[in-house]
Write a protein that binds this ligand. Structure first.
Ligand code: GRF
Length: 203
């Protein structure tokens, strides 16, 4: 049984989708054993409580440097025997030091078709830009922001009558399906990395 740890900072709808995917066996051979949060009042904490998933709030302000904060996180992950780390709306940049310690075992989801609209507020920026198609990307985390090798991508159409809220709803719906799918592929050892390219075995 692989042990998943989710890192989050906000609402946690992806966290919940992942926990539910485990429970309904859409993600097989794994359990979400820990939620790590960096914000005391993040709504994801309420979800974790309801779903009965253990959580730790680690306040970055309690540490003298990012290195110390990350050292502490790595210690927690080691103690909990975590196999993979899933970033789900985690609003912090992990340093090369942290990433090296979990090489090719950290995933992130981005609400746009990377490399377009990297960074925060991607849905809104894409909407305001007037794109006709945007989407969702799940990728490995490397030491640059929203940059690592792409595992899955799915387009989402922007229809003429769509409000920003409509588009957000469409994107989140895809996210909640695509993230469990990508996690499952990683857990089943179906992902083969060659440089920036990710090949899906038997896919
Ligand atoms: C998602 O749109 C995800 O793509 C981005 O942050 C958002 C988190 O939403 N990285 P939630 O907290 O999972 O609801």
């Amino acid at each position: 049984m692989k042990r998943i740890c989710v890192f989050a900072s906000g609402s946690g709808s992806n966290f919940q989708a992942i926990v539910e995917a485990v429970r309904s066996k859409k993600i097989k051979g794994a359990r979400v054993v820990l939620l790590v949060v960096d914000r005391k009042d993040a709504y994801v904490r309420v979800r974790a409580e309801r779903l009965e998933i253990p959580q730790v709030f680690v306040n970055p302000l309690d540490f003298l440097s990012r290195r110390d904060y990350e050292k502490h996180l790595l210690k927690v992950l080691r103690q909990e025997k975590i196999d993979i780390v899933v970033l789900a709306g985690y609003m912090r940049i992990l340093s090369p030091y942290f990433v090296r310690n979990f090489k090719n075992k950290i995933l992130n989801i981005h609400p746009a078709l990377l490399p377009a609209f990297k960074g925060t507020h991607a849905i809104e920026r894409a909407y305001k830009y007037g794109v006709k198609v945007t989407g969702v990307t799940v990728h490995f985390v490397d030491d640059k922001v929203d940059h690592g090798p792409i595992i899955l991508q799915e387009p989402v159409k922007v229809d003429d009558g769509d409000t920003l809220e409509d588009l957000e709803r469409k994107i989140h719906k895809v996210e909640h399906r695509l993230y469990p799918q990508a996690i499952n592929l990683l857990l089943k050892n179906k992902l083969k990395l060659r440089g920036r390219k990710v090949f899906i075995r038997g896919g």
